[in-house]
Design a protein. Structure first.
Length: 66
């Protein structure tokens, strides 16, 4: 679940399903971040939020593994 990226929390079941049973390696979390933001449609002035959010997803998942 992603909060703060839209007007309501954004549930990303495809990323959750992808992560199920996998070790949280750099490659796995990078792919999960890509999946989590598939279909994201930024507004005119906030395209930067997609790569920013992908980075935040990767960092959060890697902290779980620490």
């Amino acid at each position: 679940m992603l909060g703060g990226v839209g007007t309501i929390p954004w549930h990303v079941p495809a990323a959750e399903e992808f992560l199920a049973g996998k070790p949280l390696t750099e490659a796995v979390v990078a792919q999960a971040a890509q999946i989590a933001l598939q279909g994201a449609k930024p507004m005119e002035q906030n395209q930067y939020k997609i790569p920013l959010t992908q980075t935040l997803v990767r960092r959060a998942l890697l902290k779980l593994n620490a």
